[in-house]
Ligand binder design. Structure first.
Ligand code: FES
Ligand SMILES: [Fe+2]
Length: 446
């Protein structure tokens, strides 16, 4: 049975989210039944990031990750293509691969030794002739379920839903923003080796909504961390030329001052590198995106991929139940940068945004608090306020998406939860409303 065939929304999820009034019901961060529906309606349906090309450049290279709670193997086969398939043996269900990453010619299950190619085909069964009679098994039909795989500028995405729109349509005009991060230089980006994993007793959505638009917390939550890193407080918030932009639930909140995030890395060499690169970025992507990249900004692609474009941290929020998340973090660098710049970015990134970083450790405590207070039955039935900046929507001549003015704003969060409720309600992709007419449909954004 295909996951979407079971999709029968038991209720209208807009009873939990009111975008116009600006509130969200706290039960969406706690209830088991809502979480189960998320696994089906969001994680078995949406495109999700699984790896970057630079992490698996050679045949046999693989990583293991998750689409929701479904473990998957992401491997590059001998034909050069990337395949994504369930990390679950079709014989009795054991995990096929226990490693996080590596290089393999095949995967062999621990239990009875069934073997699978790096394209996810069942290729061998121990004692096949002695154990199985003709007609017992059609090996071609019994490989682990494969997901659809598409890439955007080196980023590999997968979905198990055969009816999902293509990746380009799923991203929509968000590609315009992604290009500022992925394609601001001819070499593109690469992921540095090493994955940092951490866990929090928090709902996955709190991590994502923080990155999709919560500039507001930074001045308060990160005050002492910011002082420790920069020798003084964050510069006073100036709403001029700051925005929230949202496309299909994906969001980017940003200033246009050009260097805020890059400066937080604390390396003059990195600042100089980007100062020299900025005119080239402007020639490649236009003046506006050259100012946007590196400014104080954070971004998230629906449902659970986030990054800080100038600080160069990239992270996936993997759900582990309604009250637990697994965070996986990488440093992303410009591929063509000198080694010393890559190293300085890596050090700055890890000093700020890894579990021992000055800024990261502030956040997890808050999100655990947001989640844990819902233990109270009365608290759980209260609403949370998401009304900041409701009247600040604008039409911008250049910025695509649903744009609001002011980086202190709940706009991207509201539109994230609108997309969440749209998907939770939908029986299939054809029921998901179009909330925005793309400017770049069918056209490249660079
Ligand atoms: S469970 Fe994998 S071979 Fe039996
Ligand atoms: Fe934060």
């Amino acid at each position: 049975m295909r996951p979407h065939e079971q999709a029968q929304p038991p209720q209208d999820y807009f009873r939990y989210v009111n975008v116009d009034a600006g509130w969200v019901d706290r039960r969406i961060f706690w209830d088991e039944a809502i979480y189960e529906r998320e696994l089906e309606a969001i994680f078995a349906r949406c495109w999700q990031f699984v790896a970057h090309d630079s992490q698996i450049p050679n045949a046999g290279d693989f990583v293991t990750t998750y689409l929701g709670e479904d473990g998957v193997i992401v491997s590059r086969h001998t034909d050069g293509k990337v395949y994504v398939y369930l990390n679950a043996c079709p014989h009795r269900g054991n995990k096929i691969c226990f490693a996080d990453e590596g290089n393999a010619r095949r995967f062999t299950c621990n239990y009875h030794g069934w073997a699978f190619s790096t394209a996810g085909e069942l290729t061998g069964l121990p004692s096949e002739r002695e154990a199985y009679d003709a007609g017992d098994i059609d090996k071609a039909a019994w490989g682990p379920r494969r997901a659809r795989v598409e890439t955007y500028k080196g980023m590999i995405f997968a979905t198990f839903d055969p009816d999902a729109p293509g990746l380009e349509e799923y991203l929509g005009d968000y590609r315009w923003y992604l290009d500022a991060f992925l394609d601001n230089d001819e070499g593109g980006i690469e992921f540095l080796p090493g994955t940092i994993k951490s866990y929090a007793n928090a709902n996955w959505k709190f991590g994502v909504e923080n990155f999709i638009g919560d500039a507001y917390h930074a001045w308060w939550t990160h005050d002492s961390g910011g002082r420790a890193m920069m020798g003084g407080p964050f510069p006073a918030y100036d709403p001029k030329d700051t925005y929230h932009a949202s496309v299909n639930g994906h969001g980017w909140e940003f200033a246009l001052e050009g260097f805020g995030d890059i400066a937080i890395l604390g390396s003059q060499e990195v600042i100089d590198y980007y100062a020299a690169l900025k005119p080239k970025i402007a020639a490649r992507l236009g003046e506006l995106r050259a100012r946007l990249f590196g400014s104080l900004a954070s971004a998230a692609m629906f449902p659970n991929m986030t990054f800080l474009p100038g600080i160069h941290t990239f992270r996936m929020w993997l759900p582990r139940g309604p009250r637990k998340l697994e965070l996986r973090v990488w440093t992303v660098v410009p591929k063509n940068a000198p080694q010393s710049v890559k190293q300085a970015i890596n050090i700055g990134c890890n000093m700020t945004f890894n579990p021992a970083g000055t800024l990261e450790m502030d956040d997890g405590e808050n999100w655990e608090g947001n989640t844990r207070t819902n233990r109270g039955w009365v608290s759980r039935h209260e609403k949370l306020h998401y009304g900041c900046g409701k009247s600040r929507q604008i039409e911008h001549p250049e910025l695509p998406g649903i744009v609001h003015e002011g980086q202190f704003n709940d706009a991207n969060q509201r539109l994230f939860y609108q997309r969440w409720a749209d998907l939770m309600n939908a029986k299939s992709w054809s029921d998901v409303p179009q909330r925005y007419a793309p400017r770049y449909a069918g056209r490249p954004t660079r």
